[in-house]
Design a protein around this ligand. Structure first.
Ligand code: PEP
Ligand code: MN
Length: 355
């Protein structure tokens, strides 16, 4: 850590901070400038909780900063000049008594498609058939829905999970569904291949810790008001508790702009790429909230380097129980798949469905 003392900090205050740094197990390296004194606290930060905050509240301290990012495990850089290999999240999908291994982050583009909410067997079966026809390898669908209003459709719960599992059995697509409550972890794990943690739960730290105890791949969506660092710290919770299988998802953030539901922050893709070894996918459906923006923003996401996309589709968006305005009809989804395949090939990330 780097501790910058305030201009005018007394020698006594500086000595007290040096003493605290050493007491906490770091080596203090002071640099006495003509106006400011800077103290470098060198040492491994793991297991030393509270030091950052304690240093920040000492008399005479201006600011405290980390030298290396505080997310040690998801960080791309292990030490200056030494980088981790990209993480490839492997997903085992059971289908007709066989297990197929799929991967996200292996250098090919993958697509997850399906309805916002699981509404009926027929709706999910149609989505799965169409998603597969155009090249998606995963089926999404919410059985537990995080709705702003308690009076809105909340999802079909276990009945919805069973429908997703039935579609997997029929079409062999891996299932991605949201877990909202830790009490449903076993239930959701029973039916799903990737557990989605939605934007509203990105900082549900107890939930994240519990996911660290499973080996199930986790799709961690960025909170709508969360910074990149906060997203990475949330991923660090899961990984530090023992589960390395985390996929990050940019899904748009809240800004002053009201022309669309969210602002899809595509800066996040190359920024995350530089910061972490974890795979990165983009959700242009929630990121825009408008179906006609989904194809161009999917193409842009792939051009920016995304490893995958998660797209909402619906056989009849006008009748959808949730998010109909951002859901693509199957034919439009097919056009999107052709468009992103062309971009993916140009940026050296061949679409996995063209193998
Ligand atoms: C979803 O994917 O269905 C969803 C609710 O997304 P988010 O958590 O990004 O709002
Ligand atoms: Mn949705």
């Amino acid at each position: 850590m780097i501790v910058t003392m305030k201009a005018g900090a007394s020698r006594e205050q500086i000595d007290q901070v040096i003493a605290l740094i050493e007491e906490c197990g770091y080596k203090a390296h002071p640099i006495f400038g003509s106006n400011l004194t800077v103290l470098a606290a060198v040492g491994d930060e793991r297991g030393k909780s509270g030091v950052f905050e304690r240093l920040g509240s000492q008399p005479g301290v201006g600011k405290v900063e980390y030298i290396l990012p505080p997310y040690k495990l998801v960080c791309r850089e292990i030490s200056p000049g030494l980088e981790r290999e990209p993480t490839v999240v492997k997903i085992r999908v059971r289908h007709k008594e066989r297990v197929t291994e799929r991967a996200i982050g292996d250098g090919r583009l993958s697509v997850i498609a399906g309805p916002c909410s699981v509404e009926s067997l027929e709706q999910v079966m149609t989505c799965a058939r169409e998603a597969k026809k155009y090249g998606a390898t995963f089926l999404r669908g919410g059985a537990f829905k995080p709705r702003t209003s308690p009076y809105s459709f909340q999802g079909l719960a276990e009945d919805g999970l069973k429908i997703l599992a039935e579609a997997r059995e029929e079409y062999g697509l891996g299932v991605v569904t949201e877990l909202m409550d830790i009490h449903n972890l076993d239930l959701v794990s029973k039916y799903t291949d990737i557990i989605q943690i939605g934007a509203r739960n990105m900082q549900n730290f107890m939930l994240l810790r519990n996911l660290g105890d499973t080996d199930r791949p986790i799709l961690l969506k960025r909170g709508m008001s969360s910074t990149i660092d906060e997203l990475l710290m949330s991923a660090e919770y899961v990984v530090s508790c023992g589960n390395p299988n985390v996929i990050l998802c940019e899904r748009g953030i809240r800004t002053f702009e009201t022309a669309y539901r969210n602002t899809l922050d595509l800066n996040a893709v190359p920024t995350l790429r530089a910061a972490t070894h974890l795979p990165i996918i983009v959700d242009p459906s929630h990121g825009t909230g408008r179906w006609e923006l989904v194809k161009p923003m999917s193409m842009a996401a792939v051009a920016a380097g995304a490893d995958g996309l998660i797209i909402e589709i619906h056989p009849e968006p006008a009748k959808a129980f949730s998010d109909g305005q951002q859901s693509l009809k199957p034919k439009k989804f097919g056009e999107l798949m052709d468009a992103v395949a062309a971009v993916a090939s140009c940026v050296g990330k061949p679409p996995c469905w063209k193998d």
